[in-house]
Design a protein around this ligand. Structure first.
Ligand SMILES: *[C@@H]1O[C@H](CO)[C@@H](O)[C@H](O)[C@H]1NC(C)=O
Ligand SMILES: *[C@@H]1O[C@H](CO)[C@@H](O)[C@H](O)[C@H]1NC(C)=O
Length: 146
């Protein structure tokens, strides 16, 4: 029992130092990312341990485990909009959002098993992708470890 609480305390100190990896970032720095480049969310709302890098748009897993990534993307009206979810640069899934009637935000979710130091990002995979952002439509990227 004592042994268990000592090891839990050591683990908690360790987590305190490296952070949990939980992050939320908003406001893309470039609303028209060219094909093959990451969406970069510049404004960091939460970044426990600073594992989300707001100049590359990549999240690096601090620990191996199960992670949930979610958020919203708001494409420009009537613009083809394709993106991929990448793990270490390799697409895990791809989607297209297209709305002809307005600027509609769509949520996305991805659950992945990551090893420590794996990198997760959202990548533009279309040359004319364009996001829309205003006071009521926010593009968001978040992640948390289970
Ligand atoms: C990245 O986040 C830091 C810390 O929150 C902030 O000072 C900086 O301006 C951000 N960079 C960009 C490109 O938005
Ligand atoms: C983000 O990544 C870039 C490129 O790898 C690196 O130069 C920079 O130091 C990183 N920023 C932080 C806050 O770790």
């Amino acid at each position: 029992m004592l042994k268990k609480s000592v090891s839990s305390a050591i683990f908690l100190c360790f987590l305190y130092q490296i952070g949990t990896g939980m992050f939320t970032a908003s406001y893309p720095t470039n609303l028209t990312p060219s094909s093959g480049t990451n969406f970069i969310f510049g404004v960091v709302v939460v970044n426990d341990g600073s594992w989300y890098n707001n100049t590359t748009g990549e999240f690096t897993a601090p620990l191996s485990g199960n992670y949930l990534f979610t958020g919203a993307l708001c494409p420009q009206r009537s613009t083809s909009f394709y993106f991929g979810i990448t793990l270490n640069g390799v697409e895990q899934t791809r989607a297209e959002y297209f709305e002809s009637d307005g600027h509609v935000c769509h949520s996305y979710t991805s659950v992945l098993q990551l090893n420590a130091n794996d990198k997760f990002a959202i990548k533009s995979v279309h040359p004319y992708n364009e996001l829309f952002e205003d006071h009521s439509r926010w593009n968001i990227f978040s992640g948390v470890k289970r």
